[in-house]
Design a protein around this ligand. Structure first.
Ligand code: VAH
Length: 322
């Protein structure tokens, strides 16, 4: 998005990323030019009250189409999603939101002449037969979760609309995201958020993944930067569309616990493995090759593990009144 005053709509504005993306976009483009669209989860007050908001059920084409027309939307960030673990237990809802919702957003954006659509993918688009270390940008996509299958659908449809339907669609494959503003939800990587609540409140946390489960992870400010930077990138430099790997760091639960213990001596980490979320995590890569994003639009993350832990403990400590 240039700095024009075109209206931007964000779906999933109550979610972990959406609830931080909306304030960032409003700061960049003006509060009245960013519409926060939510559905089942109530919008956080600061998102709801600082600019236009709407209720949009992305599983309904008509809902999406009506919102794009009502707000004269020029660009859209599609952040709605049923996350990995919840999707496995709610396949019909996950299909309606993650698959039909992705189609509805792309087709409604095309038919309403939007200039740009950002449809984030995830490391979940990879599966157990994808190379695990330094996973290439262009490689095998055979995910074994409904969430991952939906992300592959979103990527391929995003590329299809970009190449054959004249819609500028862009997307990044996000790692697990760590943030302090919203409570951890039903993802597989949410242990990396919940651990900070446990460390600050009780000095202990029981992790549902094995201590040696390495996963690509990213701190929220970098995730927001990746979405906005890609959205603003010069289209002439882009060879990919909706499927850019973006990495920042990779760590295991044990490494994260050690980093927290370096700041909270005596922090106790215990383990009770959840077979569902362990199986999901085991199907995902350990680390990503994000050279295409760095080359094509200058991707350059700022937070490593230590910087994230310091910032999380400071901000979450304040949020929890500690
Ligand atoms: C999840 N946080 O755990 C999300 C993310 C790569 C993980 O997609 O489902």
């Amino acid at each position: 998005m240039g700095h024009s005053v075109e209206r931007i709509l964000v779906t999933g504005a109550a979610g972990q990323i959406g609830s931080e993306l909306v304030p960032e976009l409003r700061a960049r483009y003006g509060e009245d030019n960013v519409v926060a669209a939510g559905h089942v989860t109530p919008l956080p007050p600061d998102v709801r009250d600082a600019g236009p908001s709407a209720t949009v059920d992305v599983s309904s084409y008509d809902d999406v189409d009506a919102a794009l027309k009502r707000y004269d939307v020029g660009a859209l960030y599609h952040m709605s999603s049923i996350l990995s673990a919840l999707a496995e237990n709610n396949p019909a809802t996950a299909y309606a939101v993650n698959v039909a919702g992705a189609y509805n957003v792309l087709e409604a954006a095309r038919s309403n002449g939007l200039r740009r659509v950002i449809v984030p993918s995830s490391i979940a688009a990879f599966g157990p037969d994808t190379p695990r270390e330094n996973t290439p940008n262009d490689t095998i996509l055979r995910p074994t979760t409904l969430y991952g299958i939906a992300k592959v659908f979103g990527e391929l449809m995003g590329n299809y609309y970009a190449e054959k339907r004249g819609l500028d669609v862009r997307g990044v494959r996000l790692p697990g995201i760590v943030s302090w503003k919203t409570e951890p939800t039903a993802g597989t990587t949410d242990y990396a958020v919940a651990i900070f609540y446990g460390a600050i409140r009780e000095g202990r946390y029981t992790c549902y993944l094995r201590p040696d489960t390495a996963l690509p992870m990213m701190y929220m400010p970098d995730a927001i930067d990746s979405l906005v930077q890609l959205a603003e990138a010069d289209p002439g430099g882009l060879e990919h569309h909706a499927d850019f790997n973006v990495g920042a760091m990779s760590f295991t639960p044990a490494q994260l616990a050690d980093a927290i213990r370096g700041r909270i001596p005596g922090f106790v980490m215990e383990y009770e493995v959840d077979p569902l979320r362990q199986a999901i995590a085991d199907s995902w890569p350990d680390s990503l090759d994000d050279s295409a994003a760095r080359r094509e639009w200058g991707w350059n993350p700022k937070y490593d593990l230590d910087a994230m832990v310091d910032d999380m403990l400071e901000n979450l400590g304040r949020k929890l009144g500690k």
